[in-house]
Every structure is written in structure tokens, then in C-alpha cells.
Design a protein around this ligand. Structure first.
Ligand code: PSU
Ligand code: MN
Length: 301
């Protein structure tokens, strides 16, 4: 049921570097018409890092690992693209739907295909007010049972970051900062929370991935948190103001379930005059490049 693109299949068979990319960020996380341009830039950033990109999505009922340009454009522009977490995939596939895969769904399909690296923007996690709403992203439990290394800029800053860090710990998901011990906050360079580990090079991360296998601890994910440089982050005051407005709007409009995250991200893109989009693009491209470098280091090890 999974169709792997020829370039991706050839690279995997030869033991060469491949990096998986998610598609929900393209369909639901980034505004049109920039999203298709950015999707292509993300793939190029993986190549610049030294690996083959494999964007994952469901196209007319077919799970595809590695998209050609027509498929990438379909995900970016069609109005019938469903946001698919793992639980949605079999239903959407059997019904012949077109769907974008979240972090949880993308990680699962990547691991099924034999891809060990995955780059995204920010992970899903525990939402603010989760104590009342029980809204915790399926990304967390998904990553707890998937052998994958995810490079991201931490978790989205719309979330309850300390609660998410606690859940990552409980679920046995490894977390290390790239060249830092400060946990990043997506649009912001840092969240104010410390990480137990810092890793400083693609080679060092590749060695950790090797050790996971040797120790039989590769049943869950390793998260590499790669912060935006301070010069590229969203202005923290602007961030705070727009976040407060966006959370209030979501509550007032009764936004629920899988619509919460796209709603909040869209409010950011509208409310910051393009600043959050700029930061979002910068961090995703940096993550894609680093993931490419890690995959390349692993292929050479
Ligand atoms: N990171 C981004 N933009 C996004 C997302 C992450 O920079 O759009 C998406 C991912 O697909 C992630 C999803 O898995 O948001 C989380 O949604 P939820 O909170 O509903 O689980
Ligand atoms: Mn949710």
C-alpha cells in the first residue's frame, strides 16, 4: 500500500542518506500561495545537507513516500486535503482520500519504509488548558513507539512547553539540544527550560543513533531540538501579544480537535505581518539541512 518514489527507493537500497518530510505543514501549517514554494525549498535544504528528501502524503488513496512535483502541488493547493494523524491513515487510504500527514503519521510511515531521519518545524504536544480539555497531540504517543530521529525547533510555542517536556520524559522519548541545553520554542530561540543533553555535530548525533540500536532502545524516537538563532527569532513581545489574542479567539470560536493547531498558526501568520512566516520558514529550512547532514553522517559511519 506504500508507494516509494524511485529516487528514494534507490537511495535506501544503496544505504544512502534519506530524510522524511511531513506534509501537514504544507497543507495546513503554511499559508497559500507561499506553501508550495516553501515545500520545494525544504526539499532542497535536505539535498544541501547531503540527503535525498522524501515528503510523505496520501494522494488519492495512495500512501506516497517521496512526492513528484504534481503531488506536492496537489497537497499545497487542493481544498480536499485531510489532516491525517496515524489513526486517520487507514480510513483515509481505504476511502481513496487525499491527506497530509502529521508528525505522528509521517514518522510511522518513514519508519515502515526504513527511513531513520525526519525533519519538521515544531512538534505537537500538550496544549495550554490541557488539564481541562485533555488536548495532547498524538505526536507524543506516536513518537513514543516509533524508531525515528526527528529534527525540530522544539514544540510549537502555542503549547504548554513544560508539560510537554514532562510528557516527553514519561514516554521515554530522548531529547537533546543541538549546540545548546536550552529547549527552543519554535518561533522563539528559547523557551526558558533546560535540556539534559547537548549534542554538537551530525557525527555525534549519528553515534547516538547507533548506540540506541546497540542498546535495544530504538523503539522510540530521539528528538533533536535545533533553535533559531536569536537574530532570526520572532520578537518575543509580538509573540506574546499575538498568542494571547489567538488563544482567546480559539476559545471564543469553540475551535476543537485537529483544527486547533492550524487555527492558531494561521492567526500567527495573519497577526504578525509575515514575521511568524519568516521565522517558520527559517527554522524549517535549518532543520531540513541539519537532518540531511545527520543522515549523511549516518550513511558514512
Ligand atoms: N509544525 C509546524 N507546522 C505544522 C505542524 C507542525 O511548523 O503545521 C503540524 C504537524 O503536522 C504536527 C501537527 O504533527 O501540526 C500537530 O497537530 P496537533 O496539535 O493537532 O496534533
Ligand atoms: Mn489536539
Amino acid at each position: 500500500m506504500i508507494t516509494v518514489a524511485p529516487e528514494v527507493e534507490t537511495a535506501l537500497a544503496a544505504g544512502e542518506a534519506v530524510v522524511a518530510l511531513e506534509s501537514t505543514i504544507v497543507s495546513h501549517g503554511l499559508p497559500r500561495p507561499d506553501n508550495i514554494v516553501i515545500a520545494r525549498q525544504i526539499e532542497q535544504a535536505v539535498r544541501d545537507g547531503g540527503a535525498v528528501p522524501a515528503t510523505i502524503a496520501l494522494v488519492d488513496g495512495e500512501v506516497r513516500v517521496g512526492l513528484d512535483d504534481a503531488a506536492l502541488e496537489a497537497i499545497a493547493t487542493r481544498d480536499d486535503v485531510v489532516k491525517c494523524s496515524s489513526r486517520d491513515l487507514p480510513i483515509a487510504a481505504a476511502r481513496g482520500a487525499t491527506g497530509a500527514t502529521t508528525v505522528a503519521a509521517t514518522a510511522h510511515l518513514a519508519a515502515e519504509t526504513g527511513i531513520g531521519l525526519f525533519a519538521t518545524g515544531g512538534l505537537g504536544g500538550v496544549h495550554r488548558e490541557a488539564a481541562d480539555t485533555w488536548d495532547e497531540s498524538a505526536d507524543l504517543v506516536g513518537l513514543a513507539r516509533t524508531d525515528i530521529c526527528v529534527v525540530c525547533a522544539g514544540v510549537k510555542s502555542i503549547l504548554d512547553i513544560p508539560a510537554t517536556l514532562e510528557r516527553l520524559e514519561s514516554l521515554g522519548i530522548g531529547v537533546a539540544g543541538y549546540k545548546t541545553t536550552r529547549f527552543p520554542a519554535f518561533y522563539l530561540t528559547e523557551s526558558g527550560y533546560e535540556l539534559p543533553w547537548q549534542l554538537d555535530s551530525p557525527e555525534e548525533i549519528a553515534a547516538v543513533l547507533g548506540a540506541r540500536g546497540e542498546l535495544g532502545l530504538d523503539g522510540s524516537a530521539l528528538v533533536i531540538a535545533n533553535p533559531l538563532p536569536e537574530s532570526e527569532q520572532l520578537d518575543p513581545e509580538l509573540h506574546e501579544r499575538v498568542l494571547r489574542e489567538a488563544l482567546a479567539a480559539a476559545a471564543a470560536e469553540g475551535v476543537r480537535g485537529r483544527d486547533v493547531t492550524p487555527f492558531l498558526l494561521a492567526r500567527f501568520h495573519e497577526g504578525t505581518g509575515g514575521e511568524s512566516l519568516r521565522a517558520n520558514v527559517a527554522l524549517v529550512l535549518a532543520n531540513a539541512r541539519l537532518a540531511g547532514q545527520i543522515a549523511a553522517a549516518q550513511a558514512q559511519a
